[in-house]
Design a protein around this ligand. Structure first.
Ligand SMILES: NC(=O)c1ccc[n+]([C@@H]2O[C@H](COP(=O)([O-])OP(=O)(O)OC[C@H]3O[C@@H](n4cnc5c(N)ncnc54)[C@H](OP(=O)(O)O)[C@@H]3O)[C@@H](O)[C@H]2O)c1
Length: 309
């Protein structure tokens, strides 16, 4: 596998259909810009139609021939996830699903279905979306599901006793839990795809520390040091490279995890990195999978499901 990977390394994407969640800004936008520029048909899965069309227009200004569709998707509503999946399933093929959208350290909020919002949006919404689209992905040769995690997963623990943080809520703790869930999900999905003999790959990545809108919930006391923090970050375009490598490098193997190579994975070109041992815990991964089915009502492997395996 070559050491360096840049936007120029992304192969031609003509003929491929790609769904990116949270594609209107940050890492998702940069990934959409590159993939649409390389010829993919890109579905911009966004909760704000206004922001989504502004992103589409920005990309089109750079790549006038880019093929993009707006897909209304609020990961904080299972009904919206179902509607978006039903629409995406109408596509002829689905080569790549990038589970990118995320929120970080908001005050305690609940999704439309009563889930704690970080676990609900970052993990459960993506679990349901992937489950509902798995049949479509599996019907497309060598498709991939790329899920964006974070180095924050290393501090994560799945709180099975208080999943929705009704007893106590730590903003950072729940963010870490959701990002650990992203990795547990990737590993469990990959194991199940292999067991089913599917050639779809489940891969994870993280953008290091990138200067995006993810910091919107930073507490006000942190604002004075924001310019200092910014000096330690990389651009969203650099932050999108691990996603692009996980999504398109032909040498990627299912279950791998990609992130920046320098300064404790905070910045730098994308390489294969190591997730922590907790993300490889088979028992916790199985328990999380079952819990996610119970909470979302989506069983990715249920042939009776609307769009299961
Ligand atoms: N930036 C970093 O340093 C960093 C580090 C580690 C991991 N990550 C991960 O990278 C991913 C992308 O984050 P980012 O840095 O690009 O953040 P960002 O600039 O805040 O972008 C997040 C995207 O997610 C969307 N989103 C949020 N809630 C949603 C919902 N309920 N339904 C649909 N879309 C929703 C946002 O839409 P709106 O604009 O409408 O809110 C936005 O498009 C996240 O998974 C994050 O955890 C980022």
């Amino acid at each position: 596998m070559p050491e360096t990977f840049t936007e120029a390394s992304v192969p031609d994407q003509s003929g491929r259909t790609i769904l990116i969640t949270g594609a209107n800004t940050g890492i998702g936008y940069e990934a959409a810009r590159v993939l649409a520029g390389k010829g993919a048909r890109v579905l911009l899965g966004c909760r704000s139609a206004e922001k989504a069309s502004a992103a589409r227009d920005r990309i089109r200004a750079l790549h006038p021939k880019a093929e993009m569709e707006l897909l209304a998707l609020d990961l904080g509503s299972l009904q919206s996830v179902r509607d978006a999946a039903a629409e995406a399933a109408q596509e002829e093929r689905l080569d790549l699903l990038i589970n990118n959208a995320g929120i970080m350290i908001p005050p305690r909020e609940e999704t439309a279905d009563g889930f704690e919002s970080q676990f609900g949006v970052n993990h459960l919404g993506h679990f349901a979306l992937t489950g509902l689209l798995l049949a479509k992905l599996r019907a497309t040769p060598r498709s991939r599901v790329v899920t964006v995690s974070s180095t924050a997963h290393k501090a994560g623990k799945i709180d099975f006793d208080d999943v929705h943080a009704t007893r106590s809520y730590s903003r950072q703790g729940r963010y870490s839990m959701s990002k650990l869930a992203n990795l547990l999900f990737t590993h469990e999905l990959q194991r199940r795809l292999v067991a089913a003999g599917a050639d779809t790959l489940a891969v994870a990545c993280h953008p290091g520390m990138s200067d995006t809108e993810l910091s919107r919930h930073f507490p006000s006391w942190a604002m004075p040091i924001a310019p200092l923090l910014r000096l330690m970050t990389q651009s969203p375009a650099m932050g999108a490279l691990p996603t692009l490598r996980a999504a398109t490098d032909p040498e990627v193997v299912g279950g791998e995890y990609y992130g920046p190579s320098r300064r404790f994975e905070l910045v730098g070109p994308p390489v294969r990195v190591r997730p922590n041992a907790a993300s490889r815990d088979l028992e916790v991964a199985r328990r999380l999978w079952d819990l996610s089915i119970e909470l979302t009502g989506v069983d990715p492997e249920s042939p009776a499901g609307p769009a299961g395996v």
